[in-house]
Design a protein around this ligand. Structure first.
Ligand code: ADP
Ligand code: ADP
Ligand code: ZN
Length: 216
């Protein structure tokens, strides 16, 4: 299965991807996670990406396309779940071209819709495990013990770009540069719309229905 998860920051892409990767047995490829890992490792890529991520801007297309091509060239990427890529029309065009050349076109684009005013609260309340990356929310999905990961006991932290100011910038960038991809993929008959403004379990069930799988 070759899928793209499309939706604004805070739509729940990462949350759903964690479950979908298991259910579908495909790698979860998140450009945001790849960039954050590079920042943590202090690689040249990380140093370049950090400048943009901090201010809520997109990392330039050439850089982003390069890392995705490399990842999709690995042997496990026969099927995949892309999360956070593509985010611009040039990225989508480049992906189409790359996938066509290797004879493995996209099967569907899951467009997760959530009203703008809900997204701000989701992002400013998001906390992530500094060890295993699991995600939480101070109100919607609090950990059992405050500040600690339920899965590994690691410390929960707030992402540097989840402050209100940067969140507002990211939502603006989404509208300006990414929202048009819904139309781009609609023209190609790939879009499956999913209401992301409901319980995560219900979102997952709707994704199942959209993919023709009844895993409720
Ligand atoms: P994205 O990857 O699209 O930016 P996340 O999956 O990280 O979004 O979710 C953003 C925040 O919202 C997280 O704190 C997560 O726990 C919370 N969240 C995710 N899905 C839902 C949902 N269906 N209802 C309420 N909160 C959610
Ligand atoms: P979100 O939880 O908002 O969906 P991500 O974790 O996907 O955020 O992305 C965090 C940041 O990483 C983005 O604000 C951007 O700076 C950078 N980034 C991630 N994916 C891309 C991409 N496809 N193109 C350009 N920049 C990206
Ligand atoms: Zn953890």
């Amino acid at each position: 299965m070759r899928l793209v998860l499309l939706g604004p920051p805070g739509a729940g892409k990462g949350t759903q991807a964690q479950v979908l990767r298991e259910k579908l047995g495909i790698p979860h490829i998140s450009t945001g996670d790849m960039f954050r890992e590079a920042v943590l490792q202090g690689t040249p890529l990380g140093k370049e990406a950090q400048k943009y991520m901090e201010s809520g801007q997109l990392v330039p297309d050439e850089v982003t396309i390069g890392i995705v091509r490399e990842r999709l060239s690995q042997p496990d990427a026969v099927g995949f779940l892309l999360d956070g890529f593509p985010r611009t029309v040039p990225q989508a065009e480049s992906l189409d071209e790359f996938l066509a050349a290797s004879g493995r076109p996209l099967v569907a684009v899951l467009s997760i819709q959530v009203p703008g005013q809900v997204l701000v609260g989701r992002l400013t309340g998001r906390r992530v495990c500094s060890q295993c990356g699991a995600n939480y929310h101070i109100l919607n999905k609090p950990p059992h013990q405050a500040g600690k990961c339920d899965l590994c006991g690691g410390d929960l932290v707030q992402r540097a770009d989840d402050t209100e100011e940067t969140v507002l910038k990211r939502l603006e960038v989404y509208e300006q540069q990414t929202a048009a991809l819904v139309g781009y993929y609609q023209q190609r008959g790939l879009v499956r719309e999913v209401n992301g403004n409901q319980e995560p379990q219900k979102v997952l069930a709707d994704i199942g229905l959209a993919l023709g799988r009844d895993w409720g």
